[in-house]
Ligand binder design. Structure first.
Ligand SMILES: NC(=O)c1ccc[n+]([C@@H]2O[C@H](COP(=O)([O-])OP(=O)(O)OC[C@H]3O[C@@H](n4cnc5c(N)ncnc54)[C@H](OP(=O)(O)O)[C@@H]3O)[C@@H](O)[C@H]2O)c1
Length: 267
C-alpha cells in the first residue's frame, strides 16, 4: 500500500479576524496549521493551531522560514493595509515555489453610505480634509498612522487604539484603548460624549467596525475614509474565509488550486 500523502503544512499570515476564522476551520478539519502574527499588540487574540510571533526578517527571512518549516501553502490573510508583509509573501513564495493565496475582506466602497463619505488617498490628505470639516476628531486609523496626523488642525482628537501609546501625543489628544467589535449604540454614545464632529477611518472593510460609520451617519458627523493601498499583484485572491478553506483543501488533495470565490451562508 502506498504511504499516505504527507500532511500539508499551511502558513497563515494573520492578525485579522478572517485569519483566525480560517485557522479554526482548517484545524477543525485536521490540517497542520501555523499562524504568524507580527507581535504588534500586547495581548493578541490567538488563533487555533500553532502560532509564531514576530517578523521574519523581510522576504528572504520568510523564504528561509518556508523552506525550514516545510511549508506547503501560504495564505496571506493580513490586513488590507499591511502591504509590506503581503509584498514579502509574494516574493518569498515566488522564490520557494510555494503556492500563495491572498484572503482579503471586501472594502467598504459598496457600503450604502460610501457615497456620503470623503474618500482620500493618504493619511496626510485625511488630516487636511478632517481639519476642514471639523475641530473634534475621532481618529481610528491605527497606531502606526498617528505621526501622519501631527499637522491635524483640530482642538481635540480622540484616538482609539488596542494598546496605550508610550510616546507623548500633541496637546488636545486623548487615547482610549479598546478592542472591537462595537455596537451602534455604543459608538453613538462615544461620539456624543466627546462631541465629535468628524470621524477619520480607513477602508478596512468587514463588519466589526461598521457601527461607527452607522452612528456617524445618524449623528450627521462627516466621515473621512482613506482608500486602500494597491494589494499584491499577480496573486490568486479570494474575499471569503470559506473560499480560502476550499483552496487549501484543493492543495491538500493535490489538485490544481483554483479558488472559487463563493460566499456561503455563515461565511
Ligand atoms: N495595518 C493595519 O491597519 C492593521 C490593522 C489590523 C491588523 N493588522 C495586522 O497587524 C500586523 C502588522 O501590520 P502592519 O500594517 O504593521 O504590517 P506591514 O507594514 O505590512 O509589515 C511590517 C513588518 O511587520 C512584520 N509583519 C507584518 N505582519 C506580519 C505577520 N502576520 N507575521 C509576521 N510578521 C509580520 C514583517 O516584518 P519582517 O519584515 O521582519 O518579516 C513586515 O515587514 C499584520 O499581521 C496585520 O494583519 C494591521
Amino acid at each position: 500500500m502506498p504511504d499516505p500523502a504527507p500532511p500539508i503544512r499551511t502558513l497563515i499570515l494573520g492578525g485579522t479576524s478572517e485569519a483566525r476564522e480560517l485557522a479554526r476551520r482548517l484545524v477543525d478539519d485536521g490540517l497542520d496549521v501555523t499562524s504568524s502574527l507580527a507581535g504588534r499588540v500586547a495581548d493578541p487574540a490567538l488563533p487555533a493551531g500553532a502560532v509564531r510571533i514576530g517578523g521574519f526578517g523581510g522576504p528572504d527571512g520568510l523564504a528561509d522560514y518556508l523552506r525550514r518549516e516545510r511549508i506547503a501553502v501560504v495564505v496571506d490573510a493580513t490586513h488590507p493595509f499591511a502591504v509590506t508583509i503581503s509584498a514579502a509573501a509574494v516574493a518569498a513564495c515566488a522564490a520557494t515555489g510555494v503556492p500563495l493565496l491572498r484572503l482579503a475582506r471586501p472594502g467598504w466602497a459598496e457600503h450604502p453610505l460610501a457615497r456620503s463619505w470623503e474618500w482620500v488617498d493618504s493619511y496626510p490628505d485625511a488630516a487636511r480634509v478632517a481639519g476642514e470639516l471639523g475641530s473634534r476628531v475621532f481618529l481610528t486609523t491605527g497606531r502606526s498612522t498617528l505621526s501622519q496626523f501631527a499637522g491635524l488642525g483640530a482642538s481635540y482628537v480622540l484616538v482609539r487604539l488596542v494598546d496605550p501609546v508610550e510616546r507623548a501625543l500633541p496637546a488636545g489628544w486623548q487615547v482610549i484603548c479598546s478592542r472591537g467589535p462595537y455596537t451602534v449604540e455604543g459608538e453613538r454614545l462615544l461620539l456624543g460624549e466627546h462631541a465629535i464632529d468628524v470621524l477619520v477611518t480607513k477602508d478596512s472593510g468587514g463588519q466589526l467596525t461598521v457601527p461607527k460609520l452607522t452612528a456617524a451617519a445618524e449623528l450627521d458627523v462627516p466621515v473621512v475614509v482613506v482608500r486602500r493601498p494597491v494589494g499584491p499583484v499577480g496573486v490568486q485572491q479570494v474575499s471569503t474565509v470559506l473560499a480560502a478553506v476550499d483552496w487549501v483543501h484543493q492543495a491538500w488533495a493535490g489538485r490544481a488550486a483554483g479558488p472559487v470565490d463563493r460566499a456561503r451562508p455563515g461565511a
